[in-house]
Design a binder for this molecule. Structure first.
Ligand code: SF4
Length: 94
């Protein structure tokens, strides 16, 4: 099981931390951070609960393939930036 969190969506409700304190935490602004992106199988139910309780759908579970996750050491793409801002500013000076 792998997870990701989107602090841009997070509204700081803290439900995830209450549900799975081993997996989620909140930063100084109350926004979600992940303590691990690969929670133990024993955390599975807690993580699922967190996903269900999160009011902003800021938590995503990537649940492909159970059990065989040994030794893959590929690049986790830290700081992946896809430079797409939302710069579609509409100026209405009609
Ligand atoms: S439950 Fe959702 S909104 Fe609340 S802190 Fe966690 S990720 Fe953020």
């Amino acid at each position: 099981m792998r997870i990701s969190v989107d602090s841009d969506r997070c509204v700081g409700a803290g439900q995830c931390v209450l549900s799975a304190p081993e997996v989620f935490d909140q930063d100084a602004e109350g926004l979600v951070t992940a303590l691990t992106f690969a929670p133990d199988p024993g955390e599975r139910d807690a993580v699922r609960q967190a996903v269900e309780l999160c009011p902003s759908h800021a938590i995503t579970v990537h649940d492909h393939g159970q059990g065989h996750s040994q030794g893959r050491d590929h690049d986790h793409g830290q700081g992946r930036e896809d430079g797409r801002g939302h710069d579609g500013v509409v100026v209405d000076d009609g």
